[in-house]
Design a protein around this ligand. Structure first.
Ligand code: SF4
Length: 412
């Protein structure tokens, strides 16, 4: 059976990360927030969204969401937010059982960036009140087609504005050279992660979207560290070796799918199995590509951070997103696109405004919308989803047999 051996190292890296907060200054940060700037002050950086994903993956999220709804949060807002706040109010976390922690690490500073959504601002302010902790935010322009110099300058000013709060909470003076070093490490890791994802261009691919969401742990929580860089060097070496030997997740790949939107964390394994049973690879995703910040440049640390973090996919115009899709569909030789319409995250559900239909019209590529949620499985119907996905794959295969797939792929 095909296995990714580097998974053993991943377990160790994540264990060390979670057990490494004791006695350190801790900053909480959004998943695409200014982690490098925070690390340059010596903070250990903790990511509540990663905790939300853990609650989803362990299928404990639904146990805690009611505690947050009792506190006034709608059950229809981000289930990372509601499950994370609910777990906090219940004094519970999977980190106790998995890593022996007493609870989530206490913050000395909380920092967010609304480049992904406004929800994080409300979510993080809840904790600022609970812990009586200083909080600072970056509020970049949203949903841009292209970024102008004015917009980058605005975000640079906001990055610089959080420095005094970082200095005060860490007790460390800002050091531009240290920031450059951390950013350089982050860039090196992000480029390695990009190369890892690109190995899935091979047929069969050495990893799928479902492997990617597990192996992206270090690029989310440890970017800016040597550990993350070393981790992706090892993972990339394994992926490249497997491609060279023709080893991959499938023996006989019939169909290649792109996944848009959030993972359904509580169903990663069964969904992965479902696609494999249907000889189908989910080769790429908007989600895993969201942690590629290839514009980082340590020579211009503020400008390049502002650029890289503001021009992320989720923060772009519909037209810019369409351009991303076209590039990925071509690059990964995709036969069909699945849009996950995540009930509690409209920010990352691109079919809500008809992007699936536009793609189908413009590229002739089959698309499917699957209803579900990132953490709250009450919004997910397993039977219906399996039927929809299997029917979708059958339709794609019929088209390919009729020759349309060959035309779509440029005759390859
Ligand atoms: S992008 Fe979606 S899932 Fe992520 S924090 Fe915002 S609302 Fe929640």
């Amino acid at each position: 059976m095909y296995e990714i051996k580097t998974t053993n190292l991943l377990r160790q890296v994540m264990r060390d990360y979670f057990q490494g907060f004791a006695g350190k200054k801790v900053a909480w940060c959004t998943s695409v927030g200014p982690a490098e700037l925070l690390r340059s002050f010596g903070f250990e950086v903790y990511f509540p969204e990663n905790h939300g994903a853990l609650l989803g993956a362990t299928r404990t999220a639904m146990d805690y969401i009611p505690a947050a709804t009792k506190c006034g949060y709608s059950g229809h807002v981000c289930s990372y937010t509601t499950s994370d706040i609910g777990a906090f109010l219940s004094n519970e976390t999977p980190l106790k059982k998995q890593y022996g922690l007493e609870g989530v690490p206490r913050p000395d500073l909380i920092v967010y960036n609304t480049n992904q959504c406004r929800e994080v601002e409300d979510w993080f302010h809840f904790y600022a009140r609970e812990f009586n902790c200083p909080i600072a935010g970056i509020h970049p322009p949203r949903h841009l087609h292209e970024l102008s110099r004015d917009e980058i300058d605005l975000v640079v000013k906001q990055f610089k504005k959080i420095i005094p709060a970082c200095e005060q909470a860490s007790g460390v003076r800002f050091d531009l050279d240290r920031f450059r070093e951390v950013l350089k490490l982050s860039k090196e890791a992000t480029l390695l992660w990009q190369q890892v994802l690109k190995t899935a261009k091979a047929s069969p691919p050495p990893l799928s979207f479902f492997d990617g969401v597990i192996h992206m742990g270090p690029i989310v929580v440890l970017r800016g560290t040597q550990v993350a860089k070393d981790y992706y060097e090892q993972l990339l070496a394994e992926m490249e070796a497997n491609v060279a030997e023709g080893k991959g997740i499938l023996k006989n790949e019939h169909c290649r799918i792109f996944w848009d939107g959030m993972p359904i964390w509580g169903k990663i394994r069964p969904l992965s199995d479902l696609f494999l049973q249907n000889n189908t690879s989910v080769v790429a995703s908007t989600y895993c590509n969201s942690w590629i910040f290839d514009d980082f440049d340590e020579r211009e640390p503020f400008e390049s951070s502002a650029l890289a973090y503001t021009q992320i996919f989720i923060n772009r115009s519909e037209q810019a997103k369409m351009d991303f899709f076209k590039k990925w569909i071509d690059e990964y030789r995709v036969d069909g696109v699945i849009f996950h319409d995540s009930k509690t995250c409209f920010n990352n559900s691109n079919s809500r405004f008809g992007m699936n239909l536009q793609l189908k019209q413009q590229l002739g590529i089959p698309t499917l919308v699957v209803e579900g949620d990132l953490c709250d499985l009450r919004f997910y119907s397993e039977g219906q989803t399996i039927t929809k996905i299997e029917t979708f794959i059958e339709q794609i295969e019929s088209r390919m047999m009729a020759g349309e797939g060959l035309l779509l792929r440029g005759g390859q």
